[in-house]
Design a protein around this ligand. Sequence first.
Ligand code: ATP
Ligand code: MG
Length: 382
Amino acid sequence: MSTIKTAKGVLYELKKQGYEAYIVGGAVRDYKLRMPINDVDVTTNAKPFQVSKIFRTIPTGIKYGTVTVKFKDEQFEVTTYRIDGEYKDDRHPDQVVYSESVIEDVKRRDFTINGLLMNEKQEVIDHVEGLKDLQDKLIRTIGDPYQRFNEDALRMLRAFYFQSKLGFQIEKETRDAIEALRDKLKNVAMERIVNELIKTIQGVHLKKALKSMVTTKVHEVLPGLKKGIEHILEMEEMPYVDPFFVLCFALNDGVVPQAWTFSNKHRHRYQQAAELANMTTTFDAIHLYTYGIDLCTLANKVNYMLGRSKNLKDYIEKTYHSLPIQSELDLKLRATEMIEITGKKAGAWLKDIQQEMVLKILRKELKNDKDVLKTYLIEHIK
Ligand code: ATP
Ligand code: MG
C-alpha cells in the first residue's frame, strides 16, 4: 500500500540530498481522474545505491534500476531515470541505460496518460501531452505507435487493459498500429500476457476492451479465446476471470491450449470445467460426486452464459449436500474388512468394487449400510 501523501515525503528526502524526484505513472493518472490509487511509483536521477543510502530499501528490481523503498509503513518502487535499450525479442529491454533527464524517462513509457509527473508540491508536470488525452479520454502511445509496439508488443494488450480500467477510447493511430502489428504478440512471454489479460478481465469497462480486441482482431492471436470473446461481447453481464476462461475454452472444444502458462491448478480447473460444461447441462449425483460442487457450479454458470441451460446454483448446492456418499472413505464397509471377508490380497479388484458400490449408492440402488455392503461384496466377488 502506498499513498501520494507519504510519497511526497520520499520526494522531499531525495530532493534534500540534491536529487530530482517525481511521482510518475498510474498514481498521477488516477489522482487526476480522482480514482483510487493502486501504488505510487517514484522516478529519480538518484542511482539505486544512492537511494539505498537514504532509505531502508529492498533490491526488488536492481536490473531495471528499481528498489523498493520502505517509508512510514508504506512501500514505493523507486526507479532511476532510464532510456530503454534495443528491444530484441519483444520481451525485455536488452539492457537498462540510465538517463540524466526526466524527459527521456517519461518518453520511454507506454501511453501519454501514464507519462505524467507530480512534484513534491503536488503539481502535475506534463511532457507528453498526457493531460489533454486524460481530458479527451484517449489512450495514445507516447511517440509513434508502430515503433513503440515493435519495441514491446505487450503494450498492445496494455492498451486494452487501460481501456477496461478507465473506459477510454484507443486513439485511432494507436488502434491502427495494434491491428497491423497484432501478430507480434506471439513473441511476447505468455506470463506477461496472462497478467495483463487477467487485469483486463477485471476491469469495469471490459466490454469496451473486448470490442476493441475484436475490431483490431487481437482476439484471434490469443490462443483459443476467439469464439469465447465474440460470445462474451454479446452478453449483458460480463464474467469474472474463471468463467471468462472456462467459457472460452468450452467453445474451443473443451481444450485449454498448451501455450497458456496458467498454474497447474488453474489449468486443471479450466480444463475440467470446460469439459464438464460440454458434457452435461444437468448435474446429477454422479457428476457432483466426481467433480465436486465447485467445478459443477462453474460449469453450470458457463452453460448459463452460453444460453445452454438455466442457472442451477441452488439445485446444485442442494443436490451436493444431500449426496448419500461424498467419498469412497465414507463407505460403511472398510477396505480392510473387505480384504478380511474375501480372503483376497489388496489389488485392483478392491478399487473396482468400491467404485461399483459408490455408483450404486449414488443411484440409490444400494444402501450405505455395513450388512448390505457385506452381502453385496460376497455376491459380487468371485
Ligand atoms: P496500474 O493502475 O495498473 O498500476 P500503472 O500505470 O501504474 O497502472 P504499471 O503496470 O504499474 O501501470 O506500470 C507503471 C508505469 O510504468 C506505467 O504507468 C508506465 O509509465 C510504465 N510502464 C509499465 N509497463 C510498461 C511497458 N511495457 N512499456 C512502457 N512503459 C511501461
Ligand atoms: Mg502501477
